[in-house]
Design a protein around this ligand. Structure first.
Ligand code: SAM
Length: 200
């Protein structure tokens, strides 16, 4: 049986202690340790970035030669860090491609931990998550450099195998991963898409 939901679990407390804005940071940290997604000097985009723990973590990895821009429907409190810039925008409605192109040219990596408002109805939440992630794939097709990488979070469900098939057409390697900090009762999984095939 899965453990009862505890919003202030070990990862929540650890994030607070270390000055990160959300427990999600430990999912990115684990994925980074295992798959070396982000690299020093990279230009990175974070889609669905609020409150900003991925931005905090990524900024440390890319260092002073890198740049990171984040987008969310919610505003993100300022980091007072010139490497990080955020915009209030929806991946479903706004022209994020133009902003990324103006700010970065092309992105080396795109990360996303985007999540819809959940209803608790598994297939409904899955459908909303897939809709958001399809929009992210469309943005990535226009902003990611050739051989660039994309990290997605998806709520698993009936159309997930099809979604993965579509991602495999666009990327050389596609892996599905469940990090330790991801609650076992949650349907969320991360999809690591490596090596963008820009000719699609
Ligand atoms: C789990 S949180 C992201 C946490 C973030 N990775 C961090 O480390 O702080 C998911 C985010 O997706 C955002 N989101 C949901 N729908 C969106 C949309 N249409 N466009 C942009 N962001 C969206 C939510 O507002 C929420 O802040």
């Amino acid at each position: 049986m899965s453990k009862p939901f505890n919003p202030k679990d070990h990862f929540f407390k650890k994030a607070k202690e270390k000055g990160f804005r959300a427990r999600s940071v430990f999912k990115l940290e684990e994925l980074q340790q295992r798959f070396h997604l982000l690299k020093r000097g990279q230009k990175v985009v974070d889609l669905g970035c609020a409150p900003g723990s991925f931005l905090q973590f990524a900024a440390k990895i890319i260092g002073p030669e890198g740049r990171i821009i984040g987008f969310d429907i919610k505003p993100v409190a300022d980091f007072h860090n010139p490497l990080i810039k955020t915009f209030v925008a929806s991946v479903l409605e706004d022209d994020i491609v133009t902003v990324v192109t103006q700010e970065l040219g092309v992105a080396d990596s795109i990360v996303s931990d985007i999540a819809p408002n959940t209803s608790g109805i598994g297939e409904l939440d899955h459908g909303r998550s897939i809709e958001l992630n399809r929009a992210i794939i469309e943005i990535s097709k226009k902003t990611l450099r050739p051989h660039g990488d994309l990290l997605l979070k998806v709520f698993d469900g009936g159309t997930f195998p099809n979604f993965i098939k579509e991602a495999k057409v666009l990327f050389k390697e596609v892996k599905v991963v469940k990090p330790e900090a991801s609650r076992s009762r949650s349907r969320e999984v991360y999809v690591l898409c490596k090596g963008f095939k820009s000719n699609n």
